[in-house]
Ligand binder design. Sequence first.
Ligand SMILES: Cc1cc2nc3c(=O)[nH]c(=O)nc-3n(C[C@H](O)[C@H](O)[C@H](O)COP(=O)(O)OP(=O)(O)OC[C@H]3O[C@@H](n4cnc5c(N)ncnc54)[C@H](O)[C@@H]3O)c2cc1C
Ligand SMILES: NC(=O)C1=CN([C@@H]2O[C@H](COP(=O)(O)OP(=O)(O)OC[C@H]3O[C@@H](n4cnc5c(N)ncnc54)[C@H](OP(=O)(O)O)[C@@H]3O)[C@@H](O)[C@H]2O)C=CC1
Length: 484
Amino acid sequence: MASDRDPFVIVGGGIAGVTCAEQLASQFPSEEVYLLTASPLVKTVTNFKQVSKTLEEFNVEEQPSSVLEGKYPNLKVIQSTVKLLQVKQHLVQTENGQTFHYKKLCLCSGARPKLLTQDNPHVLGIRDTDSAQEFQKRLSKAKRIVVVGNGGIALELVYEIEGCEVIWAIKDKAIGNTFFDAGAAQFLIPSLEPDKKDRSLPCKRARYTTDKTGAGQSGVSGELGSALGPDWHEGVELRGAEKSSSRTHMEYECEVEKIYTQQDFFMSDLNKENSKLGMWPVYVQLTNGMAYGCDFIVSATGVVPNTDPFLCGNNFELAADHGLKVDDHMRTSEQDVYAAGEVCTIGWEPSPLWQQMRLWTQARQMGWYAARCMAAEVLEESIDLDFCFELFSHITKFFNYKVVLLGKFNAQGLGQDHELLVRCTKGREYVKVVLSGGRMLGAVLIGDSDLEETFENLILNQMDLSRYGEELLNPNIDIEDYFD
Ligand SMILES: Cc1cc2nc3c(=O)[nH]c(=O)nc-3n(C[C@H](O)[C@H](O)[C@H](O)COP(=O)(O)OP(=O)(O)OC[C@H]3O[C@@H](n4cnc5c(N)ncnc54)[C@H](O)[C@@H]3O)c2cc1C
Ligand SMILES: NC(=O)C1=CN([C@@H]2O[C@H](COP(=O)(O)OP(=O)(O)OC[C@H]3O[C@@H](n4cnc5c(N)ncnc54)[C@H](OP(=O)(O)O)[C@@H]3O)[C@@H](O)[C@H]2O)C=CC1
């Protein structure tokens, strides 16, 4: 059983785990905190800046664990993969046989790509430094690739890749379904034309710095590295084998029906029907009847939480997406075991303006809040759900435009009960607000609209905006003065 003298133990050296460990180490300087992680480098948050009430910006640096240990003398980083958890004994065991008893444990083991198929060498996922390097190596020899998926990674790849034809297969009618509606997609599409890809425009956003010393890769096994983050492709040449710039061809409203190896393809009916497909290492048949040969396939089809090592012999409640279900104090269903970041799924009724998305900011917020909840329980204090879970907010960059998403930015869960106001200037900005009952519930801001703080306030204070009508988005009105 646990004793008060046992340490706090955190599993995972990504943003969630490191933030949690740092918070505990600084709050309990005379207690031991152990961070067990599969990756040799840890991710630390630097230059944290609260941009507005909920929007935040920070840089992330991949650092050797000694830097973290130097900052917190009571924090010990153990580089080893956790293989076993026995919650009744309050004990974790690592792959090299070390065991650790804990007083409180926080699982921050992230997620892994949910690939179209696990065992096909022609299907790649992008997650950590290792997989990004493998992708880069394969791309440098490629003339055509197929990208499947319509979320964050696919959006970044189709824009960044040069010198290689990209076939982009998506399930939806418009690009970027996890972030945008069809209107925003329409605004962004012209940026994919080869001559419109302007990477020289400065676009301020969080920076991601990898360890340049070559001190090690993110993941020992190639599977368990920490997730890459914003700007992971900066300084990484995403160039294919062709001299000309890239061409992106869209295949809408389709999924992958079947993947053929070269050998299988030549024996298949598909080859007989599509004899002009040419010679490629792999072939993809889509559900819309189209088929393509390509050098390899990128499966940018989401993630699945890394829970496997913790489940055997324990009784964790899992969510539908296989995340560890946590309550509003980040507690799992097992005693003294907390979880934060991509491995967990919230089990509380969220604020009407917030939803979980597996993002950098939420990993940091959850790691920090989980540490405060663990501390509160040890100190027998009460703690309220943190304000950061009040309003969803995300700043990022797509197609070199600054993108800010607030609240129910895609009218998620609102059904027909909402109206949209849109302002769009081709090539410059796309502004959309979601209103319900005259109140603003969400917004999408693409480009430099500078409206984020004002809209954040309007969403948070739920002011009745009915009488302003379309004036809300009138570009000739300085909206900040309007609501002062
Ligand atoms: C290519 C890419 C681009 C992205 N871009 C953005 C972006 O622009 N903006 C954004 O907000 N988000 C972005 N994300 C998502 C963001 O990076 C993640 O949401 C966030 O980093 C998750 O943090 P985490 O700490 O929960 O998990 P991870 O960063 O995955 O950390 C998990 C840690 O657990 C360790 N681990 C796993 N299993 C074990 C085990 N059994 N024992 C010990 N240690 C273990 C791993 O080694 C790792 O250190 C991107 C993700 C990818 C893949
Ligand atoms: N700038 C940013 O903020 C970025 C954030 N990220 C984050 O990193 C994580 C991983 O990114 P990513 O892999 O793009 O995941 P996302 O969850 O963002 O997107 C996955 C996409 O794949 C689609 N999909 C799922 N299964 C299939 C399938 N079998 N066939 C075809 N399409 C499928 C999903 O559709 P559906 O939704 O309908 O299931 C969705 O469009 C995400 O949490 C993402 O938010 C990544 C890059 C950039």
